[in-house]
Ligand binder design. Structure first.
Ligand code: NAP
Length: 232
């Protein structure tokens, strides 16, 4: 039994991951902007808030040796009209948030000689996505960071992998559908998805459950797409 922190654990994919890791027998704390039962409230872009949340979790549940970075913020804006503040906020949440959270848990993992980090990136980093240049840039950087950290932290017993989800039925996806930002309804895209269904948060949680397990110890620096075959 390990102690796991799941950022973005109050909603959608992060919530499913938190529930799955708890069902797997781990002590789990969500870290999110919103309050969750057994979790901590923090903005991942604020290093002091992240450090304070991690300290509270550590006191309650012990050293943190599993981190899943699922907090994320999407954005849809034609690049020519994208202002720098919006660009920066999306980079801040999706990329710098990962920086702050990994920095905060690294001492625990290093001391334990064991750690598992999973970064939830995005299939849009594989395929590109119009009007999401800031988001795609941030998520692509997360994939790169994953590979670099895997090489650097492997000798310390820490694996680092990324799961880029594609088309998962969460509040984020449905908000984008409501605003007609998906280039068609969810049902329209399902018809064009090889496995002919929308992804479920539990699909991502299952991949995370495996990647943080003991038996996944020889897997690091990998980008494991979970997207129903939309990106191969
Ligand atoms: P979601 O339902 O909107 O969940 C994201 C969670 O992250 C929310 O609880 C949100 O809080 C939280 N969050 C946002 N900014 C934060 C911050 N600065 N600090 C702490 N928490 C913050 O979205 P989701 O679809 O589950 O997405 C989870 C992850 O998967 C994200 O990284 C997303 O980019 C990625 N992803 C999703 C899909 C998909 O198809 N759904 C596809 C590709 C990638 P609030 O609700 O209070 O803002």
């Amino acid at each position: 039994m390990k102690t796991a922190v799941v950022t973005g654990g109050a909603s959608g994919i992060g919530q499913a991951i938190a529930r799955r890791l708890a069902a797997d027998g781990h002590h789990v704390a969500a870290l999110d902007l919103s309050d969750t039962e057994g979790g901590e409230t923090a903005d991942v872009t604020d290093p002091a808030a992240v450090a304070a949340a991690l300290a509270a979790i550590r006191t309650r549940l012990g050293p943190v040796t599993i981190l899943v970075n699922a907090a994320g913020l999407d954005g849809f804006k034609r690049f020519a009209r994208l202002d720098f503040a919006t660009w920066q906020r999306v980079i801040d949440v999706n990329l710098n948030g990962v920086f702050h959270c990994v920095q905060a848990v690294l001492p625990d993992m290093t001391a334990a000689g064991w750690g598992r980090i999973v970064n939830i990136s995005s299939s849009s980093a594989q395929s590109g996505q119009p009007f999401m240049s800031h988001y795609v840039a941030a998520k692509s950087a997360v994939n790169g960071l994953t590979k670099a950290l895997a090489l650097e932290l492997g000798p310390a017993g820490i694996t680092v992998n990324a799961v880029p989800p594609g088309f998962i039925d969460t509040p984020m996806l449905r908000r984008a559908e409501e605003r007609d930002l998906l280039g068609g309804s969810v049902e329209y895209h399902v018809e064009r998805t090889p496995v002919r269904r929308v992804g479920r948060p539990e699909d991502i949680a299952a991949a995370c459950s495996f990647l943080v397990s003991e038996e996944a110890g020889y897997i690091t620096g990998q980008i494991l797409g979970v997207n129903g075959g939309r990106n191969t």
